[in-house]
Design a protein around this ligand. Structure first.
Ligand code: KG4
Ligand code: ZN
Length: 347
């Protein structure tokens, strides 16, 4: 029997039993991650090898270095994920991998490894969209959370408001026209001489600043659209730093964070009906979590945000999303490729 026939047969069995232990791999940017996830909701292991120290001296991710480092680490990280789960390769029912969006060389390492592993074990292969994974981080955190709900995704590469109609069915309501929220945080942090990645550093600095010290206005974000723009705010913050040498860096950080988070939270809350989830690396920002919690409470909307360990890139979220793809027949074949600008499925 060919690999594909064996994988299809196995997938049919898994769908009818609704049980699947999935080994998931995530290498879309600067984290080499692997996890074992049971039935989409339970992370049996979650190993993250971060390359941040490697890229820090360059002030950002160097794609070629990221790819090479993924090659060095992937085997070790997958072995560690199996060990932490107390499982052997033979216990794995399916292999999942992020195949986009992300850095092409980095994605290719995960995709190639996952293909080889799935083929050697004769189990289904599931290609997962990175942002679908970020949304699924909420399923690992809230056992009762089910679609439909709305989700604000804010990461280093994306800022989107989506309606999650079903586990694998999304409607894009709006997104950034330019910089992603995380990217804007990183760039302003860099202007403040903070190390990479700047988002968490800017958050720390903002704690001792006054969010009302400087009013960063943005006409574009005032409209009814769910689209957003952060590059004007970013330029205003950088210009302020350059033109006013005496301005307190902590005030810039706090005021900029307040401006970005106000836009994200106002738009997301306006889109939300009964439940709003937060996803992506910026979901680790406490100020954003608090703001959303308050605004959701005032509108009578349930607010969900991932456990901190599932906010930034990890493979457990990929394993969760993969379970729902698998259950809906979303099998990949060995032609699965890395797609740097992969679009999300929508109805
Ligand atoms: O989702 P993620 O790990 O990678 C991408 O898919 O892009 O997100 C990384 C982004 C970076 O821009 C990082 O600065 C930002 O998330 N980030 C934060 C915080 N933690 C991570 N931004 C603000 N506050 C944080 N605590
Ligand atoms: Zn991410």
């Amino acid at each position: 029997m060919s690999y594909l026939d064996a994988a299809k047969k196995r997938a049919t069995e898994l769908i009818s039993s609704k049980n699947a232990v999935i080994l998931a791999i995530e290498t879309s940017c600067d984290e080499t991650a692997a996890a074992v996830v049971k039935n989409g909701r339970e992370a049996l292991s979650n190993i993250i090898y971060t390359q941040i120290p490697l890229h820090r001296k360059f002030g950002g991710v160097v794609p070629e270095l990221a790819s090479r480092n993924h090659v060095d680490q992937i085997g070790l990280v997958v072995a560690a994920a199996l060990e932490e789960a107390g499982l052997d390769k033979g216990d794995i029912d399916a292999v999942a991998v992020t195949h986009g969006p992300g850095l092409v060389g980095a994605l290719l390492v995960g995709v190639s490894f996952a293909k080889a592993l799935a083929m050697s074990l004769n189990v289904p292969l599931i290609g997962v969209h990175h942002l679908m994974g970020h949304i699924a981080a909420n399923y690992l955190t809230y056992p009762d959370l089910e679609p439909p709900f709305h989700c604000l995704i804010a990461s280093g590469g994306h800022s989107d408001i989506v309606e999650v109609k079903d586990y694998t069915d999304f409607v894009h309501l709006g997104g950034t026209r330019d910089d992603a929220a995380g990217e804007a945080f990183d760039k302003v942090a860099r202007a403040l001489n903070l190390p990479y990645p700047g988002g968490p550093e800017l958050e720390k600095l903002a704690e001792s600043g006054n969010p009302n010290a400087i009013a960063f206005h943005s006409a574009f974000n005032m409209g009814d659209s769910f689209d957003m723009s952060f590059s004007g705010l970013k330029t205003a913050a950088v210009n302020r730093l350059q033109s006013e040498p005496n301005v307190r860096p902590a005030d810039i950080a706090a005021s900029f964070q307040f401006a970005v988070n106000s836009i994200l939270s106002d738009k997301a809350i306006r889109a939300a009906k009964s439940t709003l989830a937060l996803a992506g690396g910026v979901s680790a920002n406490r100020n954003l979590r608090d703001m959303l919690e308050k605004k959701a409470g005032a509108k009578g909307v349930r607010f969900c945000c991932p456990d901190f360990k599932y906010c930034t890139d990890n493979a457990a979220m990929i394993g969760s999303a993969a379970y729902y793809l698998l259950m809906r027949g979303g099998l990949s074949d060995l032609s699965l490729n890395a797609v740097p600008a992969l679009e999300m499925q929508s109805s």
